[in-house]
Design a protein around this ligand. Structure first.
Ligand code: SF4
Length: 335
């Protein structure tokens, strides 16, 4: 591993961890550069009307080092003077939990190897070689199939639909429901999802010219599409960040870390939607997109639903739930 650290006087204090010969890396910015980059934080009215200029989820992980540094540098150079006032008016208003930046950095380091299923088979990877319109539809389909289903299984179903030329609204609208059902099996609730897929394809054809809706409200009106999927589709499909995509991993881990609580209490949040609202009250908006794949992969590999591997977790000393949910993990087993 090579660590390249560039001072604030140089390229905005960007620190890049480079892994062997691959282009996968995670980026951590110091406070000064973080403040600068918060030009993306718009006041609430603007925020909902203007498309964000954030990179797509996978770009946070895969974009080439030179390209990333160049783009961040030019962004900063051209906007330094106008950023300060925008940052002040658009920063999330809630109180952030103690040590959250250290914890996040620790999770990033644990995720450096990028060996979780989400890193290669997450919904945001669906149709990533297709033209934009087809890709958006593929991401929507993948999101629909992903509920109650492992990434590997969803990925397999998407591949089979693609191989059978059934990954466009037109093709699914014309296809036999039984054929779709067989192709997506064994995703969870495949019968219901095949039915919903046909309906969604028809709506996309009739109302959106074969494309997908471009607002949270319209996406939520599609059968089988919930908030988690709608936010993912907006982020990845339209590059328009309206909120955090909170799935079961993000919901569980944020509660274990004590990052979220029910409004006005110290109790855990009860639903992913409650977690999303609580998280959005304090998490800087520049983290809203990368937090999903980061925590999903962490949940798939270390902070698992059952028996989390606290003994292998480098942030256990800062985690209020460490070693509480498993008898097999103990501080002495820490590697
Ligand atoms: S210490 Fe255990 S519960 Fe806490 S984040 Fe790490 S793996 Fe999860």
């Amino acid at each position: 591993m090579v660590v390249v650290s560039v001072g604030a006087a140089g390229l905005g204090g960007i620190k890049v961890l480079m892994m062997s010969e691959t282009t996968r890396f995670f980026v951590r910015r110091n406070k000064r550069s973080r403040a600068m980059s918060q030009k993306d934080h718009l006041p609430s009215t603007q925020y909902h009307n203007k498309k964000f200029d954030l990179p797509e989820i996978e770009e946070f992980a895969y974009r080439g080092a030179n390209k990333l540094i160049q783009s961040r540098t030019s962004e900063m150079d051209s906007t330094v003077t106008s950023v300060e006032s925008e940052v002040a008016s658009s920063r999330p208003s809630g109180e952030s939990p103690a040590n959250w930046e250290i914890v996040l950095e620790g999770i990033r380091k644990m995720r450096c190897s990028a060996d979780a299923p989400v890193d290669t088979m997450g919904c945001e990877k669906a149709g990533d070689t297709l033209p934009p319109k087809e890709r958006r539809f593929a991401v929507l389909v993948s999101s629909l199939l992903s509920s109650q289903t492992k990434d590997q299984v969803t990925h397999g179903a998407i591949q089979r639909l693609l191989q059978n030329d059934l990954l466009t609204a037109d093709a699914i609208n014309n296809a036999d429901e039984e054929v779709i059902k067989k192709l997506i099996y064994p995703v969870g609730f495949y019968t219901r999802k095949a039915f919903n897929l046909k309906k969604i394809a028809n709506i996309c054809l009739m109302k959106y010219g074969g494309d997908i809706p471009n607002s949270i409200e319209q996406l939520l009106s599609l059968p089988g599409i919930g908030p988690k999927m709608a936010h993912l589709v907006m982020n990845v499909g339209w590059n328009n960040v309206q909120g955090i995509c909170v799935d079961t991993h993000v919901h569980r881990i944020c509660n274990r870390l004590g990052w979220v609580s029910r409004l006005g209490t110290k109790q855990k949040t009860l639903t992913p939607e409650e977690t999303r609202e609580a998280l959005q009250r304090w998490l800087p908006k520049e983290e809203w997109v990368p937090i999903n794949p980061l925590l999903v992969g962490f949940g798939q590999t270390i902070c698992t639903p059952l028996r989390p591997r606290c003994g292998d977790c480098s942030i256990s000393e800062l985690c209020p739930s460490a070693f509480k949910e498993t008898k097999n993990s103990s501080p002495s087993s820490k590697s």
